[in-house]
Write a protein that binds this ligand. Sequence first.
Ligand code: HEM
Length: 424
Amino acid sequence: MNDSPGTDPAPDTAPAAAPELFTWEFATDPYPAYAWLREHSPVHRTKLPSGVEAWLVTRYADARQALADTRLSKNPAHHAGSANAKGKTGIPGERKAELMTHLLNIDPPDHTRLRRLVSKAFTPRRVAEFAPRVQELTDRLIDGFIEEGKADLIHDFAFPLPIYAICDLLGVPREDQDDFRDWAGMMIRHGGGPRGGVARSVKKMRGYLAELIHRKRENPGDDLISGLIRASDHGEHLSENEAAAMAFILLFAGFETTVNLIGNGTYALLRNPSQRERLERSLAAGETDLLATGIEELLRYDGPVELATWRYATEPVTLGGRAIAAGDPVLVVLAAADRDPERFQDADTLDLARSDNQHLGYGHGIHYCLGAPLARLEGQVALATLLRRLPDLRLAADPADLRWRGGLIMRGLRTLPVEFGPGH
Ligand code: HEM
């Protein structure tokens, strides 16, 4: 399926028929462009809207290989253009590197050490124990709009749920959580880098977390921040700065992704009524298997992460038959890989019961999503509760009128207007 390594048959520029990327049409439905790339230029050199040239990797096998390749670094210092561009490539995450060092822009051995420490505090068990609270938050948000018979499921539901959930888990007191909602709202609305209002929001969030960590050190509880402070490995601890960076990345990496899992997932269910009915029947019968496979399938089918998995070649690398030079940025397009017909049968079909589903929605290798258990929990509780409590849930807009946030980092709807019958 791939060209054999070492050959370089494709010309350095794509054939003339290459689809235009990063347009409004692309943001609305990138999948035809991804299909073209997989077929004709699976490791594709392109110019990002920021002007930086990068490689897009769209086939499943290449994507999986790239994510696990130790010659592809997460550290933006390896970007060849960083000296000229003062480190600003416009590639997602890189600008944040100026603010901090965290799991998503470091390599082993630092990554191994930090990941081991945070894993001691952010355990699957802590997440499992958090399930009743996620249910409570979900119900409270639905209570807020159920009488209306209509809602914008992004603004009223998918957006606030993950932010309140992670704040609770970290140990941010309830009375301060609406500040986080405002700061996160600023970040999600304006995206991009730390300019103006976004910069102020990032600064306030980090300032707040640093102070909270300081307080928790004096006065620990059983929350995740206290767990991060307590975590030790062979006598090593996280410094206060590292704990603050860690808390921030948990918020940052786990927020917009989960908003879009819930938003894209609900939208996909509304657009696939037979799948949705099947899920409703299964939930009504008290089963949870289809819900569990269904959330994975929704992630595969229309996952939140598009190009946010940047890497930089530390030495020349051949991928899919293309020669990638040292210093070149490589973007693994998870959403394209997860629709690869070479890997998934009927790849463009939503099949909630799909069992052979090793999708790349949470990444692969050492940077595999640390928050996957929490994301799964939130996704499952959110969708099951929406379907149970809001009978006859339906889209209240023409799909052609829905607006998607411009691609490149995350794929998600700006609004998701719905109507429903009298709920309970
Ligand atoms: C890493 C996706 C939710 C925390 C990743 C990566 C992906 C991903 C693709 C790997 C990036 C790469 O290799 O470059 C998602 C999706 C989510 C989600 C689709 C929701 C549906 C969360 C949540 C949290 C979280 C809820 C935490 C509260 C992290 C962290 C990393 C990460 C800390 C970095 C891990 C490392 O570098 O070792 N996520 N994520 N994520 N995610 Fe998630």
